[in-house]
Design a binder for this molecule. Structure first.
Ligand SMILES: Cc1cc2nc3c(=O)[nH]c(=O)nc-3n(C[C@H](O)[C@H](O)[C@H](O)COP(=O)(O)OP(=O)(O)OC[C@H]3O[C@@H](n4cnc5c(N)ncnc54)[C@H](O)[C@@H]3O)c2cc1C
Ligand code: FES
Length: 349
């Protein structure tokens, strides 16, 4: 038996089969609900039940607090409708989103700009040109069917090969093979199965100025977004804050500076602010220090008219949402994020 699901305020509706989550049902029928991890760990798919009954599978408390659950909030990637329901979800994406496809790819190159980051380039089959919005991610579908998500780090018009920026997570099932810490090591010419495009992290159509916040490899999707903005001569103000511990952890600092140069040459209002949380003595750092969200807020204390896009560590994504909304008065509906959760986050470790 299927249930009818109505989404407010958009008024979009879809049916959910028994055993199907609200998120899967909506996406299957072309209703682009906001999401990230699809694993109850990031909170991107939060919605509120207005009427009807929903049961909720296991999730992490950082993704949905007890207080939120008490006020009828649910995670759509974990929610099953028990009969017809009406939910409030303000983040339904109106812009065109291409449905995902599964494809084989070949590893074209593996380069290592810093000790714990790899830039992986993937070659698609001949005549295949990937279609996605700059900022979206893909999934690797591993041999045992488990998936690992990685944001695409180049804009669609530059995607002769797909570029990914991947940080080593020691003990990690996929990244250990990429960094040679587990057998069989991933190498050039290996074939990997992917699904793309996924997620709802991309610039919304708007003229509002946008803060772009990244930690670590969260720079990847923002790089793609900026490349796309330069390509389309996007007139909005864009401010990129990229944070890392030390200067060498800003593994693509020169690339970010080059994007700033290209944007200025194209007449765009784009600035790049690198931020170090623990600069090393040899960095001789005279730039900004601290956490990206605090530095951005110090520069732009009034965010009522802004959008914000944050990508990278789940801790930064959570904290940035809190301080930008509470202290900068950012409208929470205008905060968009991809938290790079891992199996440890999904397990609540
Ligand atoms: C939407 C999205 C986009 C992402 N984009 C990127 C990106 O562009 N770049 C990037 O670097 N990362 C990205 N990530 C993170 C990425 O998907 C992987 O989670 C990450 O690379 C780790 O994968 P892994 O297989 O190596 O480690 P995992 O197997 O996930 O393990 C991670 C850690 O958890 C530990 N662990 C495993 N299972 C458990 C358990 N049950 N209990 C406790 N601990 C456990 C492991 O020992 C390891 O230390 C993204 C994540 C999401 C959700
Ligand atoms: S997409 Fe539902 S919690 Fe991440």
């Amino acid at each position: 038996m299927s249930s009818n699901v109505v989404v407010r305020p958009s008024g979009r509706s879809f049916s959910a089969d028994a055993g199907e989550t609200l998120l899967d049902a909506g996406l299957r029928q072309g209703v682009t609900l906001p999401y990230g991890c699809r694993d109850g760990a990031c909170g991107s798919c939060k919605a509120r039940v207005l009427c009807g009954e929903v049961t909720l599978g296991a999730y992490q408390p950082r993704a949905l607090t007890d207080a939120e659950a008490k006020t009828g909030h649910v995670l759509m990637c974990r929610a099953h409708a028990q009969g017809d329901v009406e939910i409030e979800c303000r983040g339904v994406v109106a812009e065109g989103v291409v449905p995902p496809r599964k494809l084989p790819t070949r590893v074209a190159s593996i380069t290592r700009p810093s000790a714990d980051v790899v830039v992986l380039r993937l070659q698609l089959p001949a005549n295949e040109r990937p279609q996605y919005n700059a900022g979206q991610f893909l999934d690797f579908i591993l041999r045992d069917g488990t998936r690992r998500s990685y944001s695409i780090a180049n804009a669609p018009h530059l995607a002769e090969q797909i570029e990914l920026h991947i940080r080593h997570v020691p003990g990690g099932k996929f990244t250990d093979t990429l960094f040679g810490a587990a057998e069989p090591a991933l190498k050039e010419r290996d074939i990997l199965r992917i699904e793309l495009p996924l997620g709802t992290f991309f610039l919304r159509q708007s003229t509002k100025p946008a803060l772009l916040l990244a930690t670590g490899t969260g720079f990847g999707p923002l790089k793609a977004i900026i490349e796309h903005a330069i390509h389309t001569k996007d007139p909005r103000t864009l401010r990129l804050y990229w944070g890392a511990r030390t200067l060498k952890d800003l593994y693509a600092h020169d690339t970010a500076l080059e994007l700033e140069r290209q944007a200025k040459a194209a007449g765009l209002d784009f600035t790049y602010v690198p931020v170090l949380s623990r600069p090393a003595p040899e960095d001789n750092w005279t730039g900004r220090t601290g956490h990206v969200q605090d530095v951005a807020l110090a520069d732009e204390p009034e965010l009522m008219m802004w959008h914000a896009y944050a990508c990278g560590s789940p801790a930064m994504v959570d904290e940035a949402r809190r301080v930008l909304v509470e202290q900068g008065e950012l409208n929470e509906d205008n905060y968009f994020a991809d938290a790079f959760t891992t199996a440890a986050d999904s397990a609540g470790a």
